[in-house]
Design a protein around this ligand. Structure first.
Ligand code: AMP
Length: 299
């Protein structure tokens, strides 16, 4: 079936309900994105299509989560190519609203407060980012809620988020649990280019030289992962030094944290062998682009 584009919440509700009835479906999946789609987004869409009868992908560049106006303005917008990619994945509906549709009358007065989980890491460098991101995710989860399926049965409702944005994923999981959103959050592993760089819509702003330099981030994470798997001390300092040796890369943070609280696991990182569960998080500026990456550690 050809992919359908809707631009209003009312249109999305009507079309998704119609599709669910037409297919006799009992489940709906939502994949929130900001567009400029790549193979990472395609993996989210593919996972959603495999698990649900009706799949909606939203494309909305959310002004509330951008700090600098220039970052918002230059964020890539590639709707035609996005639709082709999603159609090839078997997505049913694309919800691509304008700013007026999402925020009629301007910015919302009432917002989600992301709380203490948002204070560190990305939140420390991007004040207000997670309040803005969670506010739009809350709205999208509401407008993407499926209507009643056949025989008035409540359909299953799942939403898909990439592990690439680990802090965002942790916050969305907390929001859904803490505020009782009736949706299952499904995490999807990071998709990388063949050379190891985590795919991001912003990678297109890297020069060839910067792209090459940025590979040190995934190399440093791999080093930590290997040490964790070998039950060796993680020795974060030496991994940080590897990143610092690359002059085009300005390291912001590189830490091993508890995957649920995002608090540093300092005692695991020095001279004791690593045991248990962790998440290695890294963020750096490379040329004009801020990059993030991470690797789950399970030893
Ligand atoms: P964005 O369009 O950048 O807001 O991302 C939309 C969704 O795609 C988020 O849940 C991201 O975590 C996810 N995503 C972005 N890049 C990747 C990637 N390389 N691998 C897996 N998921 C990703």
């Amino acid at each position: 079936m050809a992919i359908q584009l809707v631009t209003t919440a009312a249109g999305l509700r009507a079309e998704s309900a119609r599709l669910l009835r037409q297919k006799g479906g009992t489940s709906q999946g939502l994949v929130p994105t900001m567009g400029a789609l790549h193979a990472g987004h395609a993996q989210l869409a593919r996972t959603a299509v495999a698990q649900n009868d009706v799949v909606v992908v939203s494309i909305f560049v959310n002004p509330l989560q951008f700090g600098e106006a220039v970052d918002l303005e230059r964020y890539p917008r590639t709707l035609e190519a996005d639709l082709a990619l999603l159609e090839a994945e078997g997505v049913d509906l694309v919800f691509a609203p304008g700013v007026e549709e999402v925020y009629p009358g301007g910015e919302p007065m009432v917002r989600i407060t992301a709380g203490p989980l948002a204070e560190k890491w990305e939140g420390a460098s991007r004040p207000g980012h997670f309040d803005g991101a969670l506010t739009v995710v809350a709205k999208l989860l509401h407008v993407g809620t499926p209507g009643a399926a056949a025989r008035s049965q409540l359909p299953d409702y799942r939403a898909y988020f990439g592990q690439k944005d680990a802090q965002q994923l942790a916050l969305v999981q907390r929001m859904v649990a803490d505020l009782n959103f009736p949706v299952e959050i499904v995490p999807v592993p990071i998709v990388r280019s063949a050379d190891g760089l985590a795919l991001s819509s912003r990678n297109r702003f890297l020069s060839t030289e910067e792209h090459e330099a940025a590979l040190v981030l995934s190399r440093a994470l791999l080093l930590i992962e290997d040490r964790a798997n070998a039950h060796e001390p993680l020795d974060l300092e030496s991994a940080r030094a590897l990143v610092d040796s690359q002059p085009l890369v300005q390291l912001d943070y590189f830490e091993v944290v508890d995957p649920h609280t995002l608090e540093p696991l300092a005692e695991n990182c020095k001279d004791t062998p690593f045991r248990g569960e962790g998440l290695a998080l890294i963020a750096a500026k490379v040329g004009p682009v801020r990059l993030i990456d991470n690797v789950p550690l399970n030893s």
